[in-house]
Write a protein that binds this ligand. Structure first.
Ligand code: NAD
Length: 367
C-alpha cells in the first residue's frame, strides 16, 4: 500500500477549524486502507509567533521540505497586527513558498451546479464551469529589482521591475501543459506582448516549449486584458490559463469569484519535479483566517477540503479518491446544506463540523 507523509499547518483563526475536517477525512482514508497517510502537525503564523517568536521555525520548514505535501490553513489576525514586519504571520507562508521553491500557483474556478445562481454571472454562463489558472508565483514584478521609492528634484519616484528569464517561463509553461494533459488539453497563455518586453519573451518561450514537447495540447495566445474580458463574457471557453505573477494575481481572483464565496476556493502551489517526478507542494484555501467568525463553528470547510482533494490528485496520485471527494462536496450542496457564507433561501444552515460530517457521509456512501 502506498505511504505518504503529510504536514498539516492549521495556523490561526478558522485555520484549525477547517483543518479539523480534513483530519477527519484522512482518518477515514487510513481506516479504509486506501493508502497510509502519516500526519504531522506544526505551528505557523501567529500561533508559531506566540510559541517561538517567529512565524515559522526552521524545524517546521525542514519537515515541510521532507513531506509529500503540506496542507496549510490560514494565518493572521488582529492579535498580531503590531508584531515586527519580519515575524508577522504572513511571513511564515512566504518563507514556505520561497524555501520549497513553489513557483506554480494553481487556482481552479469550478462552479458547482447547486451554487450557479449565487454567481454574479448568469447561470448558463457559469454552470459546469471548470477553469484552472496557473500563475507564476516567484518571479516578475513583485520580486524584480530595483524596487524602490527615491527622492527626485520633482518629488518622489517609485520603481517596480518586471523581469522574467526564459527558464522561469519554460518551467511554468511545462507545468501548465502537463496539467492540460490531465484535463481538456487546451492552454491559453496570457501576456501583454503588445506593450511589454516580458510579454514578447513569454510568448516566444511558451511557443517553443509547446513546439518541442507538447504538440498534443492545443495552445492559444491571448492578451491579458482581453483574457480578463473573456472571463466575464464567456468563461467556459477556457481550460487552463497560464500567466505571469501580476496578471495571474488579478485573473485568478476574477475567475474564482465567478463561482461564488471565498469559503469555496482551494489552491495549490507546486515546485519543480525531482528525478522521480515528485513535486514539492503546498495546498491551501484562498481565504484568510476570518477573525470575524473564528471559534464560532461558522467557517465553511469546503475550500480547505477541496484543497485536500487537489493534494490527493496532484501529490498522492489518488485521483479516484479526489474525484470521489469532489463529487461528495457537490452532492452535499445539491442536498441543500449551506454554511453561512453560501446560505440561500430554503436551504439548511449547518456548522463547520456538520458540513465536514456530511461530506464524509457522502464519501462513505459512495465507497
Ligand atoms: P479573510 O479571507 O480572512 O475574510 C474575508 C471575509 O470572508 C470575512 O468576512 C470572513 O468571515 C469571510 N470568510 C473567509 N473565509 C471564510 C470561510 N471559510 N467560511 C466563511 N466565511 C469566510 O480575509 P481578511 O478578513 O481580509 O483577513 C483576515 C486575516 O487573514 C488577516 O490577518 C489577513 O492578513 C489574513 N489573510 C491570510 C491569508 C492566508 O493565510 N493565506 C490570506 C488572506 C488573508
Amino acid at each position: 500500500m502506498a505511504h505518504f507523509d503529510l504536514l498539516l499547518l492549521p495556523g490561526d483563526g478558522i485555520g484549525p477549524e477547517v483543518m479539523a475536517e480534513v483530519r477527519r477525512l484522512i482518518d477515514w482514508l487510513n481506516a479504509r486502507g486506501t493508502a497510509t497517510i502519516a500526519v504531522e502537525e506544526g505551528l505557523v503564523g501567529g500561533a508559531a509567533y506566540d510559541a517561538h517568536g517567529v512565524s515559522i521555525t526552521d524545524a517546521t520548514v525542514e519537515k515541510a521540505l521532507r513531506a509529500d505535501a503540506v496542507l496549510f490553513g490560514a494565518v493572521g489576525g488582529p492579535k498580531w497586527d503590531d508584531v515586527a514586519y519580519e515575524v508577522r504571520p504572513e511571513a511564515g507562508l512566504l518563507r514556505l513558498r520561497k524555501d520549497l521553491d513553489l513557483f506554480a500557483n494553481l487556482r481552479p474556478a469550478l462552479c458547482y451546479p447547486a451554487l450557479a445562481d449565487a454567481s454574479s454571472l448568469k447561470r448558463e454562463l457559469v454552470e459546469g464551469l471548470d477553469i484552472m489558472i496557473v500563475r507564476e508565483l516567484t518571479g516578475g514584478v513583485y520580486f524584480g529589482e530595483p524596487k524602490e521609492i527615491v527622492e527626485t528634484e520633482r518629488g518622489k519616484r517609485a520603481v517596480d521591475t518586471q523581469v522574467y528569464e526564459s527558464w522561469e517561463i519554460d518551467r511554468i509553461a511545462r507545468a501548465a501543459f502537463d496539467l492540460a494533459r490531465k484535463r481538456r488539453g487546451l492552454v491559453h497563455s496570457a501576456e501583454k506582448r503588445n506593450v511589454m518586453k516580458t510579454g514578447v519573451l513569454w510568448r516566444e518561450v511558451v511557443s517553443a516549449v509547446h513546439a518541442a514537447d507538447y504538440q498534443d495540447v492545443q495552445l492559444e495566445h491571448i492578451l491579458a486584458d482581453n483574457c480578463a474580458m473573456q472571463l466575464v463574457r464567456a468563461p467556459k471557453q477556457f481550460d487552463v490559463i497560464v500567466t505571469d505573477n501580476l496578471f495571474g494575481d488579478m485573473l485568478s481572483d476574477e475567475a474564482a469569484m465567478l463561482t461564488g464565496s471565498l469559503g469555496m476556493l482551494p489552491s495549490a502551489s507546486l515546485g519543480a519535479p525531482d528525478e522521480t517526478g515528485r513535486r514539492k507542494a503546498l495546498y491551501e484555501p484562498v481565504h484568510g483566517s476570518a477573525p470575524d467568525i473564528a471559534g464560532q463553528g461558522k467557517a465553511n470547510p469546503i475550500a480547505m477540503i477541496a484543497s485536500f482533494a487537489m493534494a490527493l490528485r496532484y501529490s498522492l496520485e489518488l485521483a479516484e479518491e479526489a474525484d470521489r471527494l469532489e463529487a461528495a462536496i457537490a452532492a452535499v450542496l445539491d442536498k441543500g446544506l449551506r454554511t453561512g457564507d453560501i446560505m440561500q433561501e430554503g436551504m439548511r444552515l449547518v456548522s463547520t463540523a456538520e458540513m465536514g460530517e456530511a461530506i464524509l457521509a457522502e464519501m462513505d456512501a459512495a465507497a
